[in-house]
Ligand binder design. Structure first.
Ligand code: SAH
Length: 403
């Protein structure tokens, strides 16, 4: 559906300064405001705009944003943005998941169906939970497109789709619409039950954090399972007990889940009861601030998981975030049993792998222990990132062997 008309016939346009088309030509999806030479009138946040180079050649189309990133690109081919466009995009995302083995099965029926820039749709997250899709718009443009996206989901997923739930937050205020709600007719109930690697989890998609479950740790949870037999395990920032269930199912001798959220710890207990009722007494849910817990904890844990929330949300807070990560890691390394294994993560987009590893180096030096790396971890295949947009590679993890 290539357009023949001039851009102004269909969408507002913006043209870039000379030489500022390099990153777009390399398929990086962000346009910074400083790169813009002119626009066809005032552009409004959330509307579609076409992007042209200095000489008027078409480069890309995207949604207009407010702020230093002036537009986020969703196509480098000139097309009409209609229902066919959305169907094509969502089908491509679905195909990638299927090719990576994430098809509906007895083992796994939940995955990230659309991962923003990683699927060429900046500002859009769609998580698939056993037929129920959680829609999380992180830009006004994607939020405004929600009804087309729901229609496209119905076309792509057919009878597999049971409901779409809107979990977008900040965009609501700008649009003046009501709270989070279903976007489809449904009798779906909260929480929804999913399967991951054969284990069952209750996902509180209405009141839980983000879309309800941290699908990005699926592969890393599996690896924790492999190290858990006979081990005393400490799961710090446990949320609803994802890592804890894997540890228990793989015969850990005891598992402590620590989180500051009482609702998360309650759901963790339910998830343990669901998967391993016969050994639920090996699980201890602790509602506490991890920083306090690390001060008074026992030093006989064989396996510690440290998966804090993103401390660095803005570039200005990155230094403080690194200090926070360093404090936690150094405390965990100091207190783990000799020969113990630490799974440590950062999900801050702004903390690069290099920064993360140098932070671990200084935490290791501070601890005085001998520390070796036995695995480098990342995000799973349903969280792809474009090589042209390395910012999408947000989850970093190391497995450390501590003596
Ligand atoms: N590992 C989890 C995801 C962790 S999300 C999983 O696999 O599902 C981060 C969690 O950290 C959230 O549950 C949040 O409640 C918790 N949290 C944030 N700050 C905290 C603090 N200072 N102490 C304890 N928990 C905290």
């Amino acid at each position: 559906m290539t357009l023949k008309q001039k851009p102004s016939d269909q969408y507002p346009s913006l043209s870039l300064n000379k030489g500022r088309d390099q990153s777009i030509l390399r398929k990086h999806p962000w346009i910074f405001s400083g790169a813009i030479r002119s626009t066809s009138g005032k552009l409004h946040e959330g509307e579609i705009a076409e992007v042209f180079d200095y000489e008027g050649n078409y480069l890309a189309s995207g949604f207009v944003e407010n702020g230093s990133i002036a537009a986020k690109i969703f196509t480098f081919e000139r097309t009409v943005i209609n229902i066919d466009f959305w169907v094509e995009k969502l089908s491509a995302a679905w195909v990638l998941r299927q090719k990576t083995g994430l098809t509906e099965s007895e083992q796994t029926n939940a995955w990230r169906l659309v991962f923003a820039e990683g699927d060429g749709l900046p500002g859009l997250i769609l998580d698939y939970y056993n037929g129920l899709v959680v829609f999380l718009a992180q830009s006004l443009g994607m939020y405004k497109a929600r009804f087309d996206i729901v229609r496209a989901l119905k076309i792509c997923l057919k009878e597999k789709l049971t409901a779409v739930y809107d979990k977008s937050v900040f965009t609501k205020k700008q649009e003046g619409t009501q709270d989070q709600h279903f976007l489809t007719e449904t009798n779906a109930e909260n929480p929804v039950m999913i399967k991951e690697n054969g284990y069952s989890f209750l996902v509180d998609f209405m009141y839980g954090q983000k879309t309800g479950f941290f699908l990005d740790q699926r592969d890393n949870r599996y690896l924790v399972g492999k190290y858990s037999k006979g081990k005393k395990v400490l799961n710090l920032f446990s949320y609803t007990g994802g890592f804890s269930v894997y540890a228990l199912k793989n015969d850990a001798s005891a598992v402590y889940s620590v989180d500051s959220s009482s609702t998360a710890i309650e759901l963790a207990a339910k998830n343990v009861a669901l998967n391993c009722p016969e050994i639920a007494d090996r699980h201890y849910g602790v509602i506490a601030d991890v920083k306090d817990y690390l001060q008074q904890m026992e030093s006989d844990f064989d396996l510690i998981i440290l998966d804090p929330p993103a401390f660095a949300k803005h570039r200005e807070s990155r230094h403080k975030a690194i200090l926070g990560y360093k404090y936690l890691n150094s405390a965990a390394i100091k207190r783990i049993r000799k020969g113990g294994i630490l799974f440590t993560f950062s999900c801050s987009q702004l903390v690069t792998a290099d920064l993360f590893e140098s932070m671990i180096l200084s935490a290791g030096i501070e601890s005085g222990r001998n520390v070796r790396v036995i695995h480098r971890l990342s995000q799973p295949a349903d969280h792809p990132f474009s090589i042209f947009h390395p910012e999408g590679n947000y989850l970093k993890g190391l497995v450390l062997y501590v003596e």
